[in-house]
Design a protein around this ligand. Structure first.
Ligand SMILES: Cc1cc2nc3c(=O)[nH]c(=O)nc-3n(C[C@H](O)[C@H](O)[C@H](O)COP(=O)(O)OP(=O)(O)OC[C@H]3O[C@@H](n4cnc5c(N)ncnc54)[C@H](O)[C@@H]3O)c2cc1C
Length: 410
């Protein structure tokens, strides 16, 4: 084992996982060289505000940064932006860059995240049809966000709904087009979907479910969205949020196992002992779920990055967290813990009509997941209960019984 002080750790990807891996390496006392290479110009940054406060214009760009440039320098973390890594030469432990350079590594961390799934539709290449994944995407969208203009949002998932909330509050006329019969259908129950559909409609969003988008008309810019029934929606610009494609090509071309994500173990190690991976780009074993999973969340990116840094620093800190997630729309905070897929019973606590409630998901009588809306205390308790897979009874759905009374005795 070579002297760590002489080692170079290269991190590919300047997102939340890349930034956290670097800062955690320093916290753990790694003395060697740490270099982050990112395709975007910015230092590692956080994406959640992109569809929330940053789109609304109430948050400056610098507040997205995981670490400000001077703090990176203080921590001796080197960063190069506008750099695309095109190939990993595992035998020579070198990276090829798009600009022709080569960079040597002792250990490599792939934190390459993902890219917006493109809309495979005629007219989707028009210059006013945008994904929303990067600061650059938001800058382009914001330039078109004048009150009174019309925006079409394709996809009623988290990103689409958050964008709709921001734009309608900003005075735009917003139409959301979702192909499934309800919004958020892949992640929550009909009761939670119905709540968000109602609040969006009350805010003035023209929300259309079970609506297929067939393409876009107009040139050079799209002026109409063409729907499956042949009708058209007039628009000034389009934003789509229909999912993510993990950036796994580098790993795959280097011969590392990839299956809906770069395959890693709970220490973030790939099949190559000198290459680790963390964040949206990985497929990892989840002790909690009892299976492999690829997650797209800040919690996953941060905690997996910490496991990767620990492995690199020679420490044993496996990634075993229970997944959690949040979304902000209007004055509502949706917080989710666990994954609800496979539940056999759902209990509602509180009344959606009051704007604060929780959906609890049971399997074989045990709590496997919870979605809470404007119930932060319930969420904190739900995190504990879900982690324990606590056995639950009907009292879970009875708001007159305090949730903390249902915590199993220590
Ligand atoms: C609009 C939006 C809102 C979100 N809201 C929430 C939320 O409310 N809550 C939540 O938990 N999660 C949210 N997420 C998800 C969360 O932001 C992601 O899970 C998280 O950013 C993943 O971090 P990452 O570091 O794995 O990947 P990324 O943030 O995608 O970073 C990867 C970086 O690697 C770079 N890269 C890729 N390939 C190369 C290469 N070959 N060479 C150089 N650089 C490369 C990419 O350009 C990118 O900058 C949101 C995401 C988006 C887009």
């Amino acid at each position: 084992m070579s002297d760590p002080a002489q080692q170079t750790i290269v991190i590919v990807g300047a997102g939340q996982a890349g930034g956290e891996t670097a800062s955690e390496l320093r916290k753990l006392g790694f003395p060697g060289r740490v270099l982050i290479l990112g395709e975007e110009p910015q230092v590692p940054y956080k994406r959640p505000p992109l569809s929330k406060a940053f789109l609304a214009g109430t948050l400056p760009e610098e507040s997205l940064y995981v670490m400000q440039r001077q703090n990176l320098e203080k921590a001796r973390i080197e960063f190069e932006g506008n750099v695309r890594v095109t190939r990993i030469d595992r035998a020579r432990k070198r990276l090829a860059l798009a600009d022709g350079r080569e960079i040597a590594y002792d250990k490599l961390v792939l934190a390459t995240g993902g890219r917006a799934r493109p809309l495979p539709l005629p007219g989707a290449d028009a210059p006013n049809v945008f994904p929303l994944r990067t600061i650059a995407d938001v800058q382009q969208i914001r330039a078109r966000c004048q009150p009174g203009r019309r925006a079409a949002v394709v996809g009623g998932g988290f990103i689409g709904l958050e964008v709709a909330a921001v734009l309608v509050k900003h005075g735009l006329q917003v139409t959301v087009l979702e192909s499934l019969p309800r919004v958020l259908a892949r992640v929550t129950v009909p009761e939670v979907s119905a709540f968000f559909e109602r609040v969006h409609r009350e805010a003035g969003v023209d929300l259309r479910t079970a609506t297929q988008v067939r393409g876009f008309e107009g040139a050079p810019e799209a002026t109409h969205v063409v729907l499956g029934d042949g009708s058209r929606v007039e628009t000034d610009f389009v934003i789509y949020g229909i999912g993510l494609i993990p950036n796994t090509e580098l790993a795959q071309e280097a011969g590392l196992p990839v299956d809906n994500g770069i395959m890693v173990d709970e220490h973030a190690r790939t099949a190559d002992p000198d290459i680790l991976a963390a964040g949206d780009c990985t497929n990892h074993p989840s002790e909690f779920l009892g299976r492999r999973v690829r997650l797209e969340s800040v919690q996953n990116a941060m905690e997996q990055a910490r496991a990767a840094a620990a492995t690199l620093a020679g420490k044993d800190a496996p990634y075993r967290a229970v997944p959690w997630f949040w979304s902000d729309q209007y004055q509502y905070k949706l917080q989710m813990v666990g994954l609800s897929g496979g539940y056999d019973r759902m209990l509602l606590r509180g009344d959606p009509a009051q704007g604060a409630f929780a959906a609890f998901y049971l399997r074989h009588g045990c709590l496997i997941a919870a979605d809470t809306v404007n119930r932060p205390q319930d969420f904190m308790l739900a995190k504990k209960l879900v982690a324990l897979r606590a056995p639950m009874d009907d009292r879970l759905g009875d708001d007159s019984v305090p949730l903390k009374n249902l915590l199993p005795a220590a």
